[in-house]
Design a binder for this molecule. Structure first.
Ligand SMILES: Nc1ccn([C@@H]2O[C@H](COP(=O)(O)OP(=O)(O)OP(=O)(O)O)[C@@H](O)[C@H]2O)c(=O)n1
Length: 316
């Protein structure tokens, strides 16, 4: 399991894009980031002191778990989970010069101001990456998460963002094992191969959303693979305002799936995983950074005076 998660995280579009951008460097962004995340998550989630851990378990009424082998099993499972989460999180590495940006040609102050802080965009993409592991396509998992930003100023720890829906690429809901073929395009039998039946991650996220997409609100979709030509009009038609994704497939055309429309898409802001196109200017603008509610974000000048203010996204 762990080996599979490591391999798929390393092969995912985000790491591959960075490797393509810096072909001559020997920097292994993925491993470097993974080591950092493991340390960070161990500090955050793992109770290193065994006695303290037992006390916590007793306080919450789980004294049965304080005995071995249950106790040691529990601790091992927690360590494994931390490793797994850290591995998936490093597939969208924290790197100052890399993030979700719109292309220079499309960049305007308005779009830049509406973009999410990188830390939040990365967090939502990691959610989508985790979801991708539920796929029923044995070649590649794709995950999609939709969030929206409320107009009101209620803060509940997620700023003004609320969850709208999520999905992954899979056979239609209710289908059972082997109801549909699962083949890739190397197979000769084109009539029955997987593309005919697998519902895309974005389509599932839009179909099974638990909230309506409101035209007056900023709604955004995070997809681990670039939206294909079928999904692009669906995303736009649903009223989604922003797409966060990778652009490794843009311009690709295969027999049953193509990625030609994303590049030309207008009316929806596109933030793709790329080198910061504004270079040092934006980096300077983004500093200094603060960590609030676990989120790193730039401190606007007039807010440095209110260190205890809760995080709110958006302009108000
Ligand atoms: N925006 C997208 C794009 C693709 N998919 C899903 O991703 C898979 C794409 O399959 P395939 O083209 O075989 O994957 P690749 O790894 O991109 O193929 P290749 O080896 O040609 O790069 C399909 O299950 C499709 O439903 C998706 O859910 N959402």
């Amino acid at each position: 399991m762990m080996q599979f998660v490591e391999e798929t995280s390393y092969k995912c579009d985000f790491i591959q894009k960075m490797a393509k951008t810096f072909p001559d460097t020997n920097i292994d962004f993925y491993s470097k980031c993974r080591q950092e995340r493991i340390k960070e998550y161990e500090l955050l989630f793992f109770v290193s002191n065994e006695e303290l851990h037992k006390q916590i378990l007793m306080t919450i009424g789980l004294e049965n778990l304080c005995e071995n082998p249950y106790f040691s099993n529990l601790r091992q499972n927690m360590k494994d989970l931390i490793l797994l989460l850290a591995t998936v999180a490093s597939s969208v590495p924290i790197c100052k010069h890399y993030g979700f940006y719109c292309d220079k040609t499309e960049q305007s102050n308005e779009i830049y101001n509406q973009s999410l802080p990188q830390e939040i965009a990365r967090h939502c993409m990691v959610q989508a990456r985790l979801l991708a592991y539920r796929t029923e396509d044995h070649k590649i998992g794709v995950g999609a998460v939709i969030w929206a930003e409320k107009k009101s100023q209620n803060c509940d720890g997620t700023g003004m963002m609320y969850f709208v829906g999520c999905g992954y690429n899979a056979f239609p809901v209710g289908s059972e094992y082997a109801d549909f073929p699962n083949m890739d395009d190397k197979q000769k039998d084109r009539e029955i191969r997987k593309f005919r039946y697998i519902v895309h991650a974005e389509q599932n996220a839009l179909t099974f959303r638990c909230q309506e997409i409101k035209p007056e609100e900023k709604s955004m979709i995070f997809v681990t693979k670039c939206p294909c030509d079928e999904c692009v009009p669906l995303i736009k038609g649903a009223g989604i305002k922003q797409i966060y994704t990778g652009d490794i497939d843009v311009g690709r055309k295969k027999a049953d799936i193509s990625y030609m429309r994303f590049g030309e898409l207008e009316g929806v802001s596109k933030f793709t995983w790329q080198l910061n196109p504004a270079g040092t200017c934006v980096l300077e603008r983004n500093e200094p950074e603060s960590r609030e509610n676990g989120v790193v974000r730039p401190i606007p000048p007039n807010e440095e005076m209110h260190p205890h203010k809760k995080l709110c996204l958006g302009n108000h």
